[in-house]
Design a protein around this ligand. Structure first.
Ligand code: G1P
Length: 287
């Protein structure tokens, strides 16, 4: 198979977080499987990656509640309901949406034994990724656009060829402390990606360099793994090398570091308000 230059074949879904904001539900199931009416969050995100041309999905899981089984069952076509539908001659009901989902042989599971954060989740996937650029999607950011957010990033990255590219959106000033905030300097932000001058993770009120937030979609070069090596000792309750620190190093080196405005609908399902907005949108058929 010939690979297009900068074709992004692999996508990482870091889903090993503790999900404390959705307790008590997350005692029994990962928050990425919480349904937006009828469809789990993870389903939307995986479809976005497939639409963008990704062929392999890497789920970084904690496996505290048999996450692997839950996800494998979801993506396998041997579920009880599907078998019943088939037996009743109604298999088209199941096939209709199954056809778009990845097949079980394209799924990988990596266990993140300790909650050491996003950077560590990415680092743990290094052997499956190898030396190609790859995508990272955070499923609690539900993004809706046609084409999807990752598809637009992949198209832009084809021209950029190397370095990293992230999606961004403007958030309210008082929300900046919840995100990685980008310094876009004096660049005019429109449809094309802009050069980055810095990034700060969850800045304290009043210290954000802009209100452009990273919204959970990244195309990263394999070089980032060198910057995400685990530290000898991590303070109790802290995450290991944050991804944002590694991005800051790339920005300060000669690596091409860009961000692209996302123009579609965004539902930050890491918050209950965002989740509720997504549920309303879904119930009205907008998602
Ligand atoms: C993560 C990233 C942050 C990004 C955010 C998007 O934070 O660390 O840079 O802006 O996702 O939702 P988290 O929400 O996992 O704390």
């Amino acid at each position: 198979m010939t690979m297009k230059p900068s074709h992004i074949r692999k996508a990482i879904f870091p889903i090993g977080g503790t999900g404390t904001r959705f307790l008590p539900l997350t005692l029994a199931m990962p928050k990425e499987m919480i349904p937006v009416v009828d469809t789990p969050l993870l389903h939307f995100c995986v479809l976005e990656a497939i639409e963008a041309g990704c062929e392999e999905c890497i789920f970084v899981i904690s496996d505290e509640y048999n996450q692997r089984n839950i996800i494998e069952n979801y993506f396998s076509n041997n579920g009880v309901l599907e078998r019943r539908l088939r037996a009743a001659g109604k298999s088209e009901q199941a096939e209709k949406w199954r056809a778009k989902l990845p097949t079980p042989d394209t799924l990988h599971f990596v266990e993140q034994k300790h909650p050491l954060g996003l950077g560590n989740a990415i680092w743990l996937s290094r052997e499956i990724i190898g030396d190609e650029s790859f995508a990272v999607l955070l499923p609690d950011e539900l993004l809706f656009a046609k084409p999807g957010c990752l598809s637009s990033l992949v198209s832009a990255y084809r021209k950029q060829k190397n370095g990293f590219l992230v999606a961004m959106q403007q958030v309210e000033q008082e929300e900046c402390h919840r995100y990685g905030i980008l310094n876009v300097g004096d660049e005019k932000v429109a449809d094309e990606p802009v050069e980055l001058y810095g990034v700060i993770e969850k800045p304290a009120p009043g210290s954000a360099p802009s209100n452009f937030a990273i919204i959970g979609r990244y195309i990263l070069p394999a070089d980032v793994f060198k910057l995400l090596q685990p530290s000898e000792k991590v303070e109790e309750g802290k995450e290991d090398t944050p991804l944002t620190d590694a991005l800051e190093v790339l920005i300060k080196s000669s690596v091409s570091s860009r961000a692209m405005l996302f123009n579609g609908e965004r539902y930050d399902c890491g918050s209950k308000e965002g989740f509720l907005a997504a549920i309303l949108a879904r119930s009205k058929g907008a998602l």
